[in-house]
Each structure stands twice: as C-alpha cells, then as structure tokens.
Design a protein around this ligand. Structure first.
Ligand SMILES: *Cc1c(COP(=O)(O)O)cnc(C)c1O
Length: 385
C-alpha cells in the first residue's frame, strides 16, 4: 500500500498512517498493548523505548489524523480536554487569549477555573462578528481560540477572515474542530495554526472511546507539543487509538449521513408548530447560512431548538423512544440533551442566558439511523407537549 501525495479525502481516511504491520503484514495496525520495548543492545533500539513516549498504534493514529486535517504532525491525548490543556501550555503567565464566547462548557471551565490560577487572561467574544474579534485582541494576546460551529447555538466564525485578523496581529489561531469534523471543515488549509479534536465524538464515531488530538503545522508548535505530550503524559491508550483509527476509515460515509439526516430533521422542526426556533447552519434562516455554505461541506450533525419552556423541554426529552437522553455527540446513534442542565451546567446561569442557552433549548446529535424512524420519534415526542 502506497498512498500518493494527491490522494483524496476518503482514501486518506482509510490509508494514511496505516502501512501493513511490519512484523506480520496485518492490514490493520495492531493494538500494541505494551509498556516498554526490549532493546537489542545498550543504546540500540527500534525507535521505541517506553510507551508514554512512543507507541506504534498511537503513532499510526497520529499520522492518520495529521493527514486528514491537512497538518504536518498530530499528537493524541487521553481526552479532548487533555488535548486543549496541552495547547494551552504553549502560553505562559501574563499571556492573554481571545476565545469564542459560546465555547464548549468544559473548555470554559478549564480556562476560568484552572488556567486563571496560572495568570492566563481570557476575553470571550462573539467571534462570528469579526469586528468584535479584532477589538478583543490586545498587545498581550498570544492565542485566538475558536470554535465553529459553536455548541449549542451553532454560530459560525469565518475561519479565513478570523485567521487573517489574528495573523495581522502576529497571533496564532487554534480551532476546536470537534463539532464539524474534518469531513465538514478543515481549518488548517484556511489559515489556522492548530486544530483540536475530542476524538470521542465524530472521529471515533461509535460512542465507545474517549480521546483527543492536536494537529499542528508550525515547527515550534510541533516541537513543544511532542515534548509536552511526553512530559505531562496525558496520552491516549493503544486500545482507544485503535478504536479511533477504525472510526476514521468510515468518517466520510458517516458524515454524509449525519449531514443528510440533520438537514431533514432541521427542516421538519422548523415547520413544526410546537417548535419556537431552530438553530442549524443548513437552514436559510440561519444568520450565517451563506458563510456556512462556503466554509463547510454539508452542515454537520448537530441541531438545537427551543420549545417554549423548561416543562415542554422536559416532556419532549422524557418522551423520545428511539433517541437516547445523553450528553456527548458524534456517534452513530442519535442523542438528545438539555444543554442548560447537562453539557452547560458548569457555565454560570447569567452567562448561559447571555449566550442564548435558555432552559427550553434542546440539542440533538443526529445519528445515522433511518431518517423516517428519527422523524417519527420526534413527532410522537412533540405530540406529548
Ligand atoms: C466533547 C468536547 C470536548 C471535550 O472532549 P472530551 O473528549 O470529552 O474531553 C471539547 N470540545 C468540544 C467541542 C467537545 O464537543
């Protein structure tokens, strides 16, 4: 198997980083469940010394994900939060970060509750408004941290324009690309310097692993991330690396179905009399629909919508039969959740309200089941309201 430099996306997903196993020819990279490697003689080894530092299953995943995102190197971590934590070690005390205001709740918690202790400063702003982004940058700003589409309001930041603004101030840009997946959008070719994923979500795609990855392009970032991955040691385990590798092989076909199913459900919800508002970038009513069409391939698998009150949301959430009431997203099965009390419970209530995360907001991570079954499930649950 030789992968040509001009291989296309689905081919890259299946083959990048996945040469047959050198010792047996196994087409699937084995799970190297080992803590150390026997050396041939003092100072003579095969490039593997200790499994925190190097593991062949992890290395295959990292090569695969670097190619999928169009980066130069990737580093896989124990979770998406560990990956974000590693990126933040590029900074030092006194540095300032501009971040998307509608960030993943765990990222906001890491910034506010942990990293502020180390004298890092954060400004949260609506980065979908480029003037607000530019105004938030200060002389001490050393990182712009973007999420697009955001969770759960599905707001879109223009990545090309935002990266140009940040770079104009000499500031690198990190993008948490978990919500879109690299099938839907690839921030690095648009100018971003770092891409972060919770591999727990679409990349693994089967709700059976927790992990994270950082993909980088700059030499200084690559050198530091390689160092800190080993120094802090929050590595992904070989079993999880293997599961994500299995997941990325089907990423394009899964994402096509996630995109298609979500589009149908968004249109259905938008026309339903009991639904007050639907947030989905694929709907022409979405304020950044045109930008989403340019920047994304399809509009992703996440929808949020409001139903008028907490009581009505509760009725709906307790009424679904096929959809599962659960946190997380990006798996083959459809999950329904209540951001205000689940994923965003760690965000203070005033902040939640300012972001639009109201108590009547419901989020759906649309899976790849038959669309008619999903629509019928929502239909019968909405009927109970
Ligand atoms: C889930 C998620 C994370 C955190 O990832 P974990 O693997 O749960 O640590 C970060 N960002 C986004 C957008 C997520 O959805």
């Amino acid at each position: 198997m030789t992968l040509r430099d001009d291989a296309r996306f689905s081919t890259i997903c299946i083959h990048a980083g996945q040469a047959p196993d050198p010792s047996t020819g196994a087409i699937i990279t084995p799970i190297y469940q080992t803590s150390t490697y026997v050396q041939d003689a003092l100072g003579v080894h095969k490039g593997y010394e200790y499994a925190r530092t190097q593991n062949p299953t992890r290395a295959a995943l990292e090569a695969n994900l670097a190619a999928i995102e169009g980066g130069r190197a990737a580093f896989a971590f124990a979770s998406g939060m560990a990956a974000t934590g590693a990126v933040m070690t590029l900074l030092q005390s006194g540095d300032h970060v501009v971040a998307t205001d509608d960030l993943y709740g765990g990222t906001y918690r890491l910034f506010e509750r942990v990293l502020r202790k180390y004298q890092l400063d954060f400004t949260y702003t609506d980065t979908s408004d480029l003037r607000q982004l530019e105004r938030a940058i200060r002389p001490a700003t050393r990182l712009v941290f973007l999420e697009t589409p955001t969770n759960p309001m599905l707001r879109i930041t223009d990545l090309t324009a935002a990266c140009a603004i940040a770079h104009g101030h000499g500031v690198p840009v990190a993008v948490d690309n978990t919500f879109a997946s690299p099938y839907v959008q690839r921030p690095l070719p648009l100018g971003a310097d770092l891409v972060i994923h919770s591999t727990t979500k679409f990349l693994n795609g089967h709700s059976d692993s927790v992990g994270g990855v950082v993909v980088a392009v700059r030499d200084d970032h690559i050198d530091w991330l390689r160092f800190v991955q080993n120094a802090e040691g929050a590595i992904i385990g070989p079993m999880d690396a293997w599961l994500v590798l299995r997941g990325t092989k089907t990423l394009p076909v899964r994402m096509e179905r996630h995109n298609a199913n979500a589009m149908v459900l968004a249109e259905y919800l938008a026309s339903h009399p009991k639904v007050a508002a639907v947030h989905y970038p694929g709907l022409p009513s979405h304020p950044q629909h045109e930008l989403a069409r340019r920047q994304m391939r399809g509009f992703g698998g996440l929808i949020s919508f409001s139903v008028g009150s907490l009581e009505r949301a509760r009725t709906l959430l307790n009424g679904v039969r096929l959809m599962s009431l659960a946190e997380s997203l990006g798996g083959v099965e459809t999950l329904i959740s209540h951001p205000a009390t689940m994923t965003h419970a760690s965000v203070p209530p005033e902040r939640r309200r300012a972001l639009g995360v109201t108590d009547d907001l419901v989020r759906v991570s649309v899976g790849i089941e038959d669309i008619d079954d999903l629509r019928e499930d929502l239909d019968q649950a909405l009927d109970r309201i």
